[in-house]
Design a protein around this ligand. Sequence first.
Ligand code: NI
Length: 170
Amino acid sequence: MGHPVLRQTAVPVTDPTDPEIARLVADMLDTLEDAGGVGLAAPQVHVPLRVVIFYVPAARTEDDGGGEEVPLTVLVNPEIEVLDSTPVERVEACLSLPDMAGRVPRASRIRYRAVGLDGQPFEREAAGFHARVVQHECDHLDGTLYPMRMTDLSTFGFVDELRKPSTEDA
Ligand code: NI
């Protein structure tokens, strides 16, 4: 957080089938695996292009309104349409803000459109954690980090501290 590339608006990819884009995605996959995250946007590896990767592991489908496991997906030039703007608040973290977390309201249901690495456009509807991770990653393409979406900054902090039992509960 604080690096200029994370604050700028990323540029659309002109040719999603360009081998340079496949190389970028391979780099992003390495970074995602090393960090143990579920999603990553190109600006997080300092490339200001509209490319996102994510997946939804089975373990995450139950804690945010249900939904289905989603295999690793590459979104080139994604666009989001909000289908249900009812905000749902859950804890988010981000590889660009290591060791921190906070509660972030997100639209509960969206439709997103993107192009794959094969150049083919596709669209999906998403709810729950699936909708959340897509909104989080696509925000990166417009220079928005999750704390900028938070409405209650008292829930923002270091994961180690947030996990400590509250003294009020003791
Ligand atoms: Ni992030």
